[in-house]
Design a protein around this ligand. Structure first.
Ligand SMILES: C[S@@+](CC[C@H](N)C(=O)[O-])C[C@H]1O[C@@H](n2cnc3c(N)ncnc32)[C@H](O)[C@@H]1O
Ligand code: SF4
Length: 321
């Protein structure tokens, strides 16, 4: 988990390189649009059912299209486009239309993360034919009991057979979508990682860049508790500027700009609403820039959310199976 000063320097340099062509404005390399807030599952590690001012629901196509229009000038710099936040994308009936719109406008790296419970034949057909670049699949155990403890309201057998079928259909149809099978490690499922990895390694197709991935649970900056790895004050990560703040623009289903994934529940730090103001202007506005300055000065611990965040520790423990 050690982070060298070179790594810190690299992050800052990386951020400097992500400016527009006049070197004046920071352009996100990754955009996250949460098109639906709401889920069919109730994972205990997730914030989905925590109290919030936000209403559950789906972003309208009209608002989505207006956002995309604003982002088109930067599509060459935006290399990752995530269509998920706090919710299950397959509850969003406009999802195929959104993917088609992004593809028509020339965006690459379009990704969806799903618990795969609803990934039936029709969804698979629409996503594969629609050319979504990556489907991240969230499966957290090698057995029914362990997976369904991590992901209540999903059915393990159904999830596994949906994903196996999706991979087969991708190969048979020669679709370009790649699959990332993702295991969030917690105390209660850690003993299943090796069996999980062995199982999915025989299902994925590495020639098509599929991956099996494990990373440790984070605790949404102290909002959920559990067994997330905390960053101690003397850990170099505690002073390291967070790359997410420099790289990632996160827009919630109600248009609010969130600080990062840890702020998905509410978007409560006053970074504005992308339905009213240009999202790249918000990404470069004073509130986010002031927070970046705090990070760059090694003082992120002074911020309520950043000071409790475990994400960098989670990333340091990431394993590719
Ligand atoms: C919030 S979910 C939304 C998309 C979809 N419902 C799913 O589960 O894939 C996005 C990702 O966050 C992960 N996630 C949720 N809670 C987490 C936690 N406490 N630590 C690490 N990852 C978490 C999920 O496993 C999933 O890969
Ligand atoms: S499936 Fe995804 S959004 Fe739904 S509760 Fe689980 S982690 Fe949260």
């Amino acid at each position: 988990m050690a982070a060298s000063s070179t790594a810190i320097g690299d992050k800052r340099q990386g951020a400097m390189d992500m400016t527009d062509r006049h070197g004046e404005r920071l352009i996100p390399s990754r955009v996250v649009i949460e098109t639906v807030f709401g889920c069919n599952a109730r994972c205990p590690m997730c914030l989905i059912e925590h109290p919030t001012e936000r209403d559950k629901g789906v972003m309208s196509m009209e608002k989505f299209e207006a956002l995309i229009d604003r982002l088109v000038p930067y599509r060459d710099q935006i290399t990752m486009f995530d269509l998920f936040g706090l919710g299950e994308p397959l509850l969003d009936r406009f999802l195929p239309e959104r993917v088609a719109l992004l593809k028509n406008r020339g965006f690459t790296g379009v990704a969806v993360s799903t618990n795969a419970h609803l990934l039936d034949l029709e969804w698979r057909r629409q996503l594969l034919a629609g050319g979504v670049d990556t489907i991240l699949v969230s499966i957290d155990g090698a057995t029914r009991a362990v997976h369904e403890t991590a992901r209540p309201r999903t059915n393990f057998d159904r999830v596994v057979s949906n994903v196996e079928a999706a991979i087969r259909e991708r190969d048979a149809g020669n679709h370009k979508t790649r699959f990332v099978i993702r295991f969030i490690q917690q105390k209660h499922n850690a003993q299943e990682w090796e069996a999980y990895r062995a199982f999915w390694k025989t299902r994925i197709n590495e020639k098509r860049n599929d991956l099996v991935l494990r990373y440790h649970m984070h605790d949404w900056s102290g909002q959920t508790g559990g067994d997330a790895t905390r960053i101690e004050n003397n850990d170099p990560l505690a002073a390291q500027p967070c790359h997410h703040l420099f790289e990632k623009l996160v827009i919630l289903a109600n248009g609010k700009v969130a600080l990062c994934f840890e702020d998905l529940l509410e978007g409560k730090y006053g970074f504005g609403n992308a339905f009213d103001t240009d999202p790249i202007d918000l990404f470069n506005a004073k509130p986010l820039n002031k927070l970046r300055e705090l990070h760059s000065a090694g003082k992120k611990s002074q911020h309520k959310l950043c000071g409790h965040c475990t994400v960098l520790a989670t990333e340091a423990g990431r394993v590719q199976g």
